[in-house]
Design a protein around this ligand. Sequence first.
Ligand SMILES: Nc1ncnc2c1ncn2[C@@H]1O[C@H](COP(=O)(O)OP(=O)(O)OP(=O)(O)O)[C@@H](O)[C@H]1O
Ligand SMILES: [Mg+2]
Length: 249
Amino acid sequence: MAVIGVYSIKGGVGKTTLAVDMAWRSAMRSRHSTLLWDLDPQGGSGWLLGLPDRTCSRAASVFQREGKPSDLITETRYPGLSVLQADDSMRSLSLTLARIGKRKRLARLAGFLAAEYPRIIIDCPPVLNEISDQVFAAADLLIVPLPPSPLSARALPMIREEILANHPRHPPILPVLSMYDARRKLHREVHTGFAAGWPVIPMNSAIEQTAVRRAPLGTFAAWTEVNDRLQRLWDAIEAKLAMRAAISV
Ligand SMILES: Nc1ncnc2c1ncn2[C@@H]1O[C@H](COP(=O)(O)OP(=O)(O)OP(=O)(O)O)[C@@H](O)[C@H]1O
Ligand SMILES: [Mg+2]
């Protein structure tokens, strides 16, 4: 089993877009039974997969002692891909988690769910609080999308420091250069500078279209170069997970 967090302290960097795409590839290309778990009250993950917004306010209740995540999991039209959608109750999730006081609650729940879902992909809100702490404790791998900008260069060490300070058994971090535009000088400089060697996801109209069509890119642009890039990112994630599993045996 593996829990993959898609996280950044920065907003609007492509977390939800990547989380949905990676979850789709996990189910449809790697044939893992996959759960996409949305912790962001914006509820973008389910929406991008074409699901109606949740009207009830129960998603945060799964963290309570009696909470049953399986009651709230929805199957999607893609075989093997299920979603635990967010709703309004997630607005107060950090308070709920602080009140419960169990810093590994998410990790425990993911552990229970792992029997059914060998891949759990978590779409995180852009926060550094109790929610991110729970994700750092639960994740086997943290994907951090960062666009090419000086603020991104600053965000990554912040995330690293936070994880190292509070999580001795921290997950490996895979930074991804997101929204890359090769026509821009600054982007090229970042690509060959502090982000050298990172996987690159370009700024691309087909990726943008996933929010218009509310469908994963592989369903309507499978022949494109950007689809290959996304698939290579998923393959790199799988390779990292396999390496980690081999080390821990
Ligand atoms: N590689 C890309 N190329 C073009 N547009 C993109 C790309 N990645 C994301 N977008 C667009 O950028 C916007 C923000 O993406 P997304 O919602 O995935 O970011 P986020 O990090 O999850 O945001 P938030 O912090 O608000 O949760 C969306 O409109 C999405 O369609
Ligand atoms: Mg998001």
